[in-house]
Design a protein around this ligand. Structure first.
Ligand SMILES: [Zn+2]
Length: 179
């Protein structure tokens, strides 16, 4: 890394921080995130471990290959496969905890409003309470360990039947918003 002031002999040139220092500065700035979907943040290594735990076949078990895609259609297939590995309350706690940990360690995250998609999970047979209780477990543990706060927002696809949308939003939006 070359310092812009290197070679200056008259001392008049301003000193700029090295680029690496500036990146560190940005990373260390305290952050608030207002739009993050937990289902899109799973660590590849966790996906592989959860798939093994539940004996779920993935297109690949190579950690570096899990998120490799070239079209939106491939991405959506990966997204579904990745989320099919999250099944019990401990799994949901783990993904909430880890994504908050990653936010803290990579970018000094202090507060996040995090979307979760109830229908993505209930449609594959996961009880709603498992999803919400697990996510809240993970967020509370992350708050204890890293001092990061998280509020949840239930996010329901437009294509989900209206009857379910209304019921879920009434029953869970208040509960899930507090962690
Ligand atoms: Zn979004």
């Amino acid at each position: 890394m070359t310092n812009p002031s290197d070679g200056a002999t008259d001392g008049a040139k301003p000193e700029y921080p090295a680029k690496a220092d500036y990146e560190q500065y940005l990373r260390r700035l305290p952050k608030v995130e207002l739009h993050c979907h937990v289902e899109g943040t799973l660590r590849p290594a966790t996906v592989v471990e959860l798939a093994a735990k539940h004996k779920i076949a993935l297109p690949t078990t190579e950690v570096d290959e899990i998120y490799r895609y070239s079209t939106i259609y491939e991405f959506l297939e990966i997204y579904a496969a990745v989320n099919s590995t999250v099944i019990d309350r401990e799994d949901f706690a783990r993904i909430a905890y880890e994504t908050l940990q990653d936010g803290v360690e990579l970018g000094n995250l202090k507060y996040r409003e995090m979307f979760f998609n109830p229908t993505l999970h209930t449609a594959r047979g996961i009880p709603m309470a498992t999803v919400i209780d697990g996510l809240i477990d993970g967020a509370k543990a992350a708050e204890t360990d890293f001092g990061v706060s998280c509020a949840f927002i239930a996010d329901v696809y437009r294509r989900t039947r209206r009857r379910w949308r209304g019921r879920w939003s009434r029953r869970y939006s208040r509960t899930a918003g507090r962690s």
